[in-house]
Write a protein that binds this ligand. Structure first.
Ligand code: NAD
Length: 461
């Protein structure tokens, strides 16, 4: 790959951005409407591409990707005028007369790098925020979902303003070549190692960024939970997209008294959702590639399996698998990111909380209980990007809740207004009148002026 091969594209985008074309409300709204048209008119092609990459059903693609991006667009269209408005701030009396405000302004040319597991959503949802905030964007979809990547590349040019949005396809090499250039902001979704490389590249050019990474999300089930509902919700969330969801419950911490009934209910839910043979269910996805298939296979110990465990390498199929494990199990060392659900037990909630705190901060902590004191205790004694009680995943589907990680699961927030704010730079603006212009602030200073100034700062400052 030629050195600095992306320079001409970026120079073009930067000069288009500098012309101020993209800052108006009308342009932003127009782009959001065009993106919505893309989703409506090309829904079938998009679902087919996602199916080709992940074996994801059209219903699941709609539910978790297309409708989510549409929801983000709806939020932005509904609130954009208000979001764009400068926010007034009070001005202390001795600085009168002046008007102070905070103005959200676009960063400029931003880079959005996506992961493969929700290959459409993870590129287009940040794009909604970037466009709403008036930026130009270069999109780099994941090379591990090549059908969706190619389709995005084809459609974006057809629907959106080509001066403001470009797609660069490819893998690590192409991303590194992009990063030789200075962007005004970088939004990265992916692995910890990829994220830290991108952060190093961003640091070279002093570029602000967001990292949306992964982690091991714990899910605690207390004795007082509605076990049937908990089992259905956990099984749905864990085996959706064959477990390849960054906020899926990674492992369960179950009170020892309810382990056996919960395991039975979860097995029942698996066969209710996917039938006796999930391999033939149209609603069950496949592992994205051979590398991940082999990685997941190496984590399975036959003596730990409670149900599932069947696999087929050529189809990249791994059955929904529930395992009874201890903390030493290979499954408890890294983020699983596949359809393997390890179950640990505890006898007192403090034990469960210790187990969570021994690991780095996850994206989400889940808890099933009716006890408010336990909810408060778990909230107080754990840290994570999000928390959801008595359900799973839905904290990320609510457009008014900012989404992001904590600690090594990432930093920065998006979705809804949080996305608009992330893709905006806050500019502090003060506009003053020429009058009054008291001589007090100007030299030469003397003791009288000094004492008077002190009084003013003391009483008005
Ligand atoms: P990945 O890091 O391998 O790839 C993500 C993107 O970064 C791709 O577009 C890839 O081309 C690029 N990339 C990878 N390594 C790079 C490098 N060294 N230099 C420059 N660019 C690089 O991640 P993945 O396998 O696509 O995604 C899986 C991970 O993403 C999981 O850990 C998952 O938890 C996490 N994830 C997080 C979220 C979130 O919202 N927090 C969402 C989805 C996935």
């Amino acid at each position: 790959m030629q050195k600095n091969c992306f320079r001409p594209i970026l120079d073009e985008m930067r000069s288009a951005f500098s012309s101020g074309l993209f800052s108006s409300y009308a342009w932003r709204r127009g782009q959001l409407l065009a993106l919505r048209r893309l989703l409506v008119e090309r829904e079938q092609e998009l679902s087919a591409a996602i199916f080709a990459d992940l074996g994801k059903s059209a219903e699941e693609a709609y539910l978790t990707e297309i409708s989510f991006v549409s929801g983000e667009i709806r939020q932005a269209l509904r609130h954009l005028r208000r979001w764009m408005r400068p926010e007034g701030r009070s001005v202390p009396l001795h600085y009168l007369f002046g008007r102070a405000s905070v103005c959200p302004e676009p960063h400029g040319v931003v880079l959005i790098i996506g992961a493969w597991n929700y290959p459409l959503q993870l590129i287009l949802a940040p794009l909604v925020s970037a466009l709403a905030a008036g930026n130009c964007a270069v999109l780099k979809p994941s090379e591990s979902a090549p059908h969706t990547s190619a389709l995005i590349a084809g459609l974006i040019g057809t629907y959106l303003d080509g001066r403001a949005v470009r797609v660069v396809e490819g893998g690590v090499e192409e991303t590194r070549a992009l990063l030789e250039n200075r962007f005004d902001f970088i939004f990265f979704t992916g692995s910890r190692s990829g994220g830290s490389d991108v952060m190093l590249a961003a640091a070279r050019h002093i570029v602000p960024m967001v990292l949306e990474l992964g982690g091991k999300n714990p899910c605690i089930v207390e004795c007082d939970a509605d076990l049937a509902a908990a089992a259905r919700r956990i099984v749905w969330a864990k085996f959706l997209n064959a477990g390849q969801t960054c906020i899926a419950p990674d492992y369960l911490l179950v009170h020892e008294k309810i382990r056996e009934p919960l395991l039975a209910l979860m097995q029942q839910a698996v066969s209710q959702f996917y039938g006796p043979d999930p391999a033939s269910s149209p609603d069950y996805s496949r592992i994205v590639n051979d590398w991940h298939f082999l990685r997941l296979e190496s984590l399975m110990r036959s003596d730990e399996i409670v149900s599932g465990g069947q696999r087929n390498r050529s189809a990249r199929y791994i059955a929904p698998t529930i395992l009874r494990v201890t903390v030493e199990s290979p499954l408890m060392q890294e983020e699983i990111f596949g359809p393997l659900l390890p179950v640990l037990t505890y006898s007192a909630i403090d034990q469960a909380l210790d187990c969570i705190r021994q690991r780095s901060d996850p994206l989400a902590v889940y808890l099933f209980t009716r006890n408010r004191a336990v909810i408060q205790q778990v909230l107080r004694q754990t840290r994570s990007g999000g928390f959801c009680c008595n359900d799973v995943l839905f904290q990320s589907a609510i457009h008014t809740l900012p989404f992001g990680g904590s600690g090594v699961s990432g930093f920065g927030r998006y979705h809804g207004r949080a996305g608009f704010e992330t893709f905006s730079a806050s500019r502090s603006v003060l506009v003053k009148s020429f009058f009054p212009d008291p001589g007090l602030r100007y030299p030469p200073y003397n003791r009288k002026k000094y004492l008077f100034l002190k009084q003013i700062v003391r009483y008005l400052g």
